[in-house]
Design a protein around this ligand. Sequence first.
Ligand code: NAD
Length: 414
Amino acid sequence: MKPGPTVQVPTREDPWEMALRQFNRAADHLPLKRGIREFLVYPHRELTVNFPVHMDDGSVRVFTGYRVHHSTVLGPTKGGIRYSTHVNLNEVRALAMWMSWKCALMHLPYGGAKGGVAVEPKQLSRGELERLTRRFATEISVVVGPQSDIPAPDVGTNDQIMAWIMDTYSMHRGHSVPAVVTGKPVSIGGSAGRREATAARTRKFALEGAQVVVQGFGNVGSVAAYLLHDQGCRIVGLSDVYSGIFNPAGLDPRAVLEYVAQTGRVEGFPGTQTVTNTELLELPCDILVPAAIEGQITRANAAQIKAKIIVEGANGPTTPDADDILTDRGVFVVPDILANAGGVIVSYFEWVQDLSSLFWTEEEINARLEPIMVQAFKGVVRLAAEREVDLRTSALIYAVRRVADALLVRGIYP
Ligand code: NAD
């Protein structure tokens, strides 16, 4: 195990509390019986695993991981796997619930799930990371499968980790099962266009010369930054977990990516001023894309945010108190379950392609992605006007209603 730099992460609002408050706001608009409302909100199943891993120095270390199935009403469950020291059951529960609503909003035949391991992956060697992943994949294989629960990447995981999960599951079965996980490399059944998909719809908001700040320069944030840059936006600020960089004249995100590949962080990129993550969120800009983790825009900083548009690349970046402040200030917030749904939609396409062993071109992927996103967006905007609510509450009303309707049609077993 490699020693890593200490990262100061401020105490965040509990994501599960946030998810419950958001749900309650939406559910109050729906005529749900008490028991149905309770069943909709609580996770259906939760698995906690403590498992050992051989470290390079000969020691054995025990790690804790989770896999939560929030809702199984609309189909098999779908959701990412996160590797981060801050992973805990309440975080995974919240992320699983948000996946249920995102899939329902996008009319995907999935319930929501999420998983994670409390670990800092950057401190592990490649061998340690592979052994941890293969053991965790084995531990959760009791609840994961191509017809039951299909993981994908999230914070701290990537296509290589998905490849190890796919291989581990396949080894246990004795044959290749590519559909058990999405976000895989294309060479083993991954889909064209998935990397870009999570951030792709931000293009709708791209304005020539608009100033953009992106928090979190990972899978989602880096793609959002270069797609917006390609659309003529000026990327003035970027950050990672360590710190942020600011240049009012604009940054080239691809050059920053190359710099990060060499140095491991954005700080020190030539021509930039270093800022903290707190300062970054309050920089002058037109569009703010939080693409790191939950609970970043809170009642403590919502009034200081200069952006007129917030496009949530991350899941749960804005707390309910912050939502109220932003709504009062007329800031246009495109909520996570709408803004970043491209990733799970193309994950769904990947799963369909793996199950049918028939692969589509990137053009076909994009042609299928566009109408799903546009339909959801229009539906959410229409409902928001009808109910006089913000876009998040509208998106949640829409999604919760879909799951509730399906639950009532299926009935309560037995
Ligand atoms: P990632 O690990 O690739 O990147 C995360 C980035 O955020 C990194 O730059 C990291 O340094 C930074 N970061 C982490 N903790 C931070 C903190 N406390 N403060 C500031 N920065 C921090 O992760 P990702 O896959 O890009 O996911 C980012 C967000 O997008 C998460 O909320 C995730 O749930 C959501 N998301 C991911 C996908 C996907 O397909 N990967 C899809 C939809 C939504």
